[in-house]
Design a binder for this molecule. Sequence first.
Ligand code: HEC
Ligand code: HEC
Length: 293
Amino acid sequence: MSEKRIDPVTGTETTGHSWDGIEELNNPLPRWWLWTFYGTIIWGVIYMILFPAWPLVNEATSGLLGYSTRANVAAEIEAAEAANADLRQGLVNTEMAALPQNEELHRFAVSAGGAVFRTNCSQCHGSGAQGALGYPNLLDDAWLWGGSLDEIAYTVRHGIRNEDDPDARWSEMPAFGDILEEQEIVTLAEHVASLPEGTDPLAGPGGELFDMNCASCHGTDAKGDRTVGAPDLTDAIWLYGSDVDSLVETITEGPFGVMPAWGERLGEAEVRAVAAYVHQLGGGESPEAQQGE
Ligand code: HEC
Ligand code: HEC
């Protein structure tokens, strides 16, 4: 079948392959093709010497040039952090109250603080800081503990009613289930529910009970007291629910909202950054408003 011979027309040797009488000529490879082929081999060898190439057990051979995309990324991150280091230091050294006057620093704090918030705070306070049952809304100007930059930073740094930080904000509303009769609690709950409609906090039997048991923390005007984190009960903003059943439960059991302390976990620059972020969301107060409280 396969028989090599010289093709009479071209004078070239055949490969001996023949299909229905059509024979294959044994032409040499074109020169340009051959040189390109050799070129790629040389290129490949040089590449393997210069660049990371052969996979080993834990990493690849590093190559003479020491090129590494991972090292490049690390260097870029380091450069970005070095650029931010000054801003971070500036943030730690600045009086919080004066921060909004320093436009560049304030902008940096708010954007860094937004990232801190999304990572650490949104699971409780909501991704838009709108809050949820038991977790306060941080967008409005109703503050349990205070809405100036310094007060927010303090709350974040030390947390609320946690055992981890001795400087945590602390106060405890008693569980009135142990103190008052069930009927008295229902009377109080109905009274409290009506406060946002303008009922006089001290009026009627509910008012009498309120004056005796509740006014010491929530005030005789029921507008709350930030020094003990006692909320304003007249503002129609409820952390634990506004209907009478919820209020009975709140008063019976005593609410006990806990927020972790972030000072150790985040560091001072991040605490200040996230405070600046929260402050500019809508409800931030000036230092004067805080003192007027
Ligand atoms: C585990 C849930 C949880 C996480 C996480 C959390 N918080 Fe809170 N936070 C709370 C609770 C609960 C309260 C309300 C405590 C109370 O009733 O006094 C609160 C209260 C606050 C207050 C006080 C609001 C006021 O009205 O005075 C601020 C400010 C605040 N949080 C900011 C933050 C920031 C910033 C972060 C992230 C660094 C964060 N919180 C993470 C649960 C949480
Ligand atoms: C020792 C101080 C103290 C006393 C006394 C006290 N409270 Fe409170 N009250 C608080 C604090 C602090 C909170 C907020 C707790 C939290 O956020 O977890 C609170 C929260 C509440 C809430 C929840 C408000 C909301 O936004 O959901 C209601 C309702 C309430 N108190 C009603 C009463 C009534 C009624 C009495 C009297 C029977 C009373 N409190 C007595 C400190 C007090």
